[in-house]
Design a protein around this ligand. Structure first.
Ligand SMILES: CC(C)(COP(=O)(O)O)[C@@H](O)C(=O)NCCC(=O)N[C@@H](CSSC[C@H](N)C(=O)O)C(=O)O
Length: 345
């Protein structure tokens, strides 16, 4: 580092500041009840494209009326701070978990509805995105033609064939969201669309969903002005009602529901995952830590001790996707779920 440039002071929040940063005296929000659902959806308008999006999903579900269909949610939801949005709060997620999982569900014979954050990673194209593994790096010019560099032919051909198969057999439906409001309206509408599939419908909720938002009646129309000389921006956010409970109880009765619990503190991951399972009474919580999410996850299920799924160092070095271990374990559980539902019908 250039000695003339003073190194920045190491910023340390005093314990007081850190401890008071978040008001932890606010009690845990109870799972959303019917009134919370009506309040939310009545006061926050649906996206104007919802009707046509759901029409497409209905056609897709009709086409797959005898198949297994998994709704994979992927990417982070945003919380706009202005109606004509310039600033927003984002939730971390590149979309790798969702896009990779969708590929393995397709390999296991599922039809996939991929509800994803717009411009986040997609199944198949994730291998050659515009930034990491830029697709242009795999091409070269030969006799004034663009060709794929021979050393990448085999791998790219494999990805292209899988992508083409999914398209030719109408197995993959890509549906976008950006804001938390678009996500929640679409999730609720899709769960109704999936009802005819009963236990053959699977929800795999890998999206990073906002917990706080600015309700429509409180959001400023135009860009928030920062006054000359600086001024604090004090935000007053409402908690997003805990819809997982409504999804399990009302929106998707009969479907198998898998949610993800994301933490950064390993000492609370298991308890928070178990707490989510007890609060929402669904079938599986996949717990993961931000820093190790690509090499280990933990399955937390009712009445069972937790099950860690980890890549071995050799698998990690070989670039094995942990989703290649997660998805077969979930498909196994979905087999049991479907058989149990048949026997109790
Ligand atoms: C986002 C990641 C970590 C994947 O990362 P990328 O591969 O980079 O995309 C995913 O594995 C995950 O944990 N997703 C779930 C994250 C999440 O927000 N989970 C919620 C629970 S489901 S959100 C539902 C709502 N909060 C409610 O409780 O009703 C939580 O941890 O609180």
């Amino acid at each position: 580092m250039d000695s003339h440039i003073p190194s920045p002071p190491t910023r340390r929040l005093s314990m007081g500041e850190r401890e008071n940063a978040i008001d932890r005296t606010i009690p845990l929000l109870p799972p959303a009840e019917e009134i919370d659902e009506f309040n939310y959806f009545d006061n926050n308008d649906p996206p104007e494209y919802l009707e046509s999006l759901i029409h497409g999903a209905q056609e897709f579900v009709k086409f797959h009326k005898n198949d297994r269909v998994v709704l994979v949610t992927s990417g982070g939801t945003t919380v706009p701070l202005e109606n004509q949005t310039v600033r927003f709060i984002d939730n971390f997620s590149a979309g790798t978990r969702g896009a990779t999982s969708a590929e393995y569900f397709l390999e296991h014979g599922y039809a996939v509805i991929f509800l994803h954050r717009q411009f986040s990673l997609l199944p198949y194209s994730r291998h050659y995105s515009h930034s990491t593994n830029c697709f242009l790096d795999f091409m070269e010019e030969k006799n004034s033609k663009v060709i794929v560099d021979p050393i990448y032919q085999e791998e790219m051909l494999m990805v292209l064939r899988k992508y083409q198969h999914a398209k030719d057999h109408n197995l993959l439906l890509l549906l976008p969201f950006t804001t938390i409001n678009q996500y929640l309206h679409t999730l609720r509408a899709l769960s109704v669309t999936l009802r005819p599939l009963k236990s053959r419908a699977l929800f795999y909720l890998a999206a990073a969903v906002s917990d706080f938002f600015v309700p429509l009646h409180r959001i400023p129309e135009h860009k928030i002005q920062s006054k000359a000389g600086g001024s604090k921006l004090v935000m007053n956010l409402d908690p997003v009602p805990k819809f997982l409970h409504r999804l399990v109880d009302k929106w998707a009765p009969g479907a198998m529901i898998v949610s993800f619990k994301l933490e950064t503190d390993s000492s609370i991951l298991l308890s928070k995952a178990r707490q989510a399972l007890e609060r929402y009474s669904h079938q599986l919580v996949v717990g993961n830590l931000l820093q190790t999410r690509k090499r280990e996850v933990v399955f937390v299920e009712p009445g069972k001790t937790e099950l860690w799924i980890r890549l071995t160092p050799a698998q990690e070095a070989a670039g094995v996707d942990i989703e290649s271990l997660i998805i077969p374990a979930i498909v196994e559980r979905h087999d049991i779920w479907i058989n149990k539902s048949k026997n109790s019908a």
